[in-house]
Design a protein around this ligand. Structure first.
Ligand code: NAD
Length: 526
């Protein structure tokens, strides 16, 4: 098979050099498609992380004081620099992640440029102070202000190292914060490229900083005095990270794993559904938190859908994206190959059949064939645990009710998909699915919709990124209340408390809050 085994240390679970949190040997980044050593990045120590956060805090003071329109203009300059340097970014993404160039362009650079544009467009209105109409105390007025929190920490994974990191960093910065990013140790070079582009665009250097390193560097970031943390990664690490934030009372957003079900109803368009399963299962070699991870196909269409899906899968072109235009690239993080093999073996041992792919691909680099497995059920881990690789299991169901029940029978709930020619019917099914987002007759695309909130339910995490609310949550919400009508030297509810004032307030309360007509309620006063 001639596979080049990467020397890349496995750091996502907290192993690797620098476990003591004092930095250590530099991180080496290897090309998944070829095994070539691409470069090194610092293993940032806890002390260096604290110093970076302190610098970021100083930079934030000036940045947070700028008018929001000015901040947006400057962020658009950074966006322009990204667009200008597209080829260079695509090239590095495709080398460091083994991604097809189309995916590096469309799923990373384009999405990041759009996020920057969207946040810059909505921020002036979304972050504007606004008055709340008080329903009872009409002599007072209230306003809500959105105040930058300070320094926002961002910890990101390796599967979309460009856009996922910038999604959170740019929202934080547009909202007036500084951001310190701890990228995955598996893809540090792309984060250093982001920083280089930021500095090259004339942006305030200390406002956005990158601290490369392993798990301990991430842990040090949480412990370095940040005001908020956005974490994207696995459920296991998320548990530790949320606990560390809880210990320090740091607000956090957890964007964790997924196990997206796709329900193919009896009236689904077979060609579109099959194409969507293949794209949703194998884009980014299946290393997508919202990938199609299990298909529940109605028995009326199951066989035809499976057959067409297998046919399209077998026609995919997999290989080194550095050499040619390919559909499916490499496996970024080598242990995911073992995960895929473990799931497939478990499924086959329990009676499932591999219809396409099923093994490591021959040749240089870390490749796993796009795989379709039929005859699966919930006794198999492939249907219940996150795969995060190019493996799509099929299960036949007798009714839509069965599909909904099985889809909801999961500890995860990030995305879900429903395919049916009757969109209204599909929407009603979507309402019953336990997931942060449900797409009807489409897959994956909500990751590229900055207008809409994104996040999970159950162990897929909590909190939302993107959308107006995602931007606002980067701020502390401050309430300011002032007098509309002055009540003189003191309010009637202040001291002293007397028997007659008590009786008067009690009658007033009954008049305000009793059911019944106006006259009856006025009568309560006397
Ligand atoms: P991971 O949990 O192994 O690592 C994520 C990040 O956490 C890395 O930067 C890592 O260095 C850091 N980290 C590790 N230990 C830490 C600690 N103790 N304290 C602080 N930081 C620590 O995840 P991964 O393997 O990089 O990414 C794959 C996972 O991410 C999958 O489960 C996938 O579903 C999930 N993911 C979720 C989303 C989403 O938006 N919900 C998006 C992409 C990926």
């Amino acid at each position: 098979m001639g596979q080049v085994v990467s020397e890349r240390p496995i750091g996502g679970n907290g192993s690797g050099p620098g476990m003591n949190g004092h930095g250590g040997a530099a991180i080496r980044s290897y090309a998944p498609a070829t095994g070539e050593l691409l470069g090194e990045a610092p293993n940032t120590s806890a002390e260096e992380v604290r110093a970076a956060v302190a610098r970021a805090r100083r930079a934030q003071e000036a940045w947070g004081a700028l008018p929001v329109e000015e901040r947006c203009q400057r962020v658009l300059r950074f966006r322009d620099a990204i667009v200008d340097r597209t080829d260079e970014i695509v090239d590095l993404l495709s080398r460091e992640c083994g991604k097809p160039r189309h995916e590096a362009l469309l799923h990373e650079v384009l999405v990041a440029a759009d996020m920057a544009t969207y946040f810059a467009q909505i921020a002036p209105k979304a972050l504007e102070p606004h008055e709340i109409k008080l329903h009872l105390f009409k002599h007072r007025r209230s306003w809500v202000h959105y105040v930058p929190r300070g320094v926002v920490g961002v910890i990101s994974p390796w599967n979309f190292p460009f856009q996922l990191a910038l999604r959170d960093v740019l929202a934080a910065i547009v909202a007036g914060n500084a951001a310190v990013l701890k990228p995955s140790e598996v893809t540090p070079l792309i984060a250093l490229k982001q920083k280089e582009i930021w500095d090259g665009a004339g942006m305030p250097e200390d406002l956005f900083q990158v601290v490369t390193g392993y798990g301990p560097t991430g842990a040090a970031l949480i412990d370095s005095g940040i005001q908020m943390l956005l974490f994207t990664g696995s459920v296991g690490t998320g548990r530790k990270v949320a606990a560390a934030c809880g210990e320090r009372l740091i607000p956090c957003v957890m964007e964790l794993g997924g196990k997206a079900p796709l329900i193919a109803c009896a009236d689904a368009d077979i060609e579109r559904t099959a194409q969507a399963i293949v794209f949703g299962g194998f884009a980014n070699a299946g290393q997508v938190c919202v990938a199609v991870e299990r298909v529940y196909a109605h028995r009326e269409i199951h066989d035809r859908l499976l057959e067409r899906t297998v046919e399209i899968t077998k026609g995919l072109n997999q290989g080194d994206p550095g050499k040619e235009f390919v559909d499916v690239g490499a496996i970024i993080f080598p242990p995911q190959i073992d995960v895929a093999e473990r799931h497939i073996k478990d499924a086959v041992d329990k009676g499932a059949t591999v219809k396409a792919g099923g093994k490591r691909a021959p040749g240089q680099g870390q490749f796993f064939e796009p795989t379709i497995i039929a005859g699966c059920d919930h006794a198999m881990t492939v249907m219940t645990e996150e795969i995060f690789g190019p493996v799509v299991p099929f299960m036949q169901v007798a009714t839509e009710e069965e599909a909904i029940r099985l889809a909801n029978e999961s500890h995860l709930g990030l995305n879900a998909y429903v395919f049916s020619e009757d969109t209204d019917h599909a929407r009603r099914l979507a309402e019953r699915l336990q997931a942060g987002s449900v797409l009807v007759n489409d897959v994956l695309m909500n990751g590229a919709l900055p207008d809409a909130p994104f996040g999970g339910v159950k162990q897929s995490g909590f909190g939302r990124v993107m959308g107006e609310d995602g931007l606002r949550q980067m701020c502390d919400v401050k309430h300011i209340n002032a007098d509309r009508i002055a009540l003189g030297s003191k309010d009637p509810t202040w001291f002293p408390y007397t028997a007659s004032s008590y009786s008067w307030f009690k009658r007033g309360m009954r008049a305000l809050f009793s059911s019944g007509g106006f006259l009856r309620r006025i009568g309560e006063l006397f």
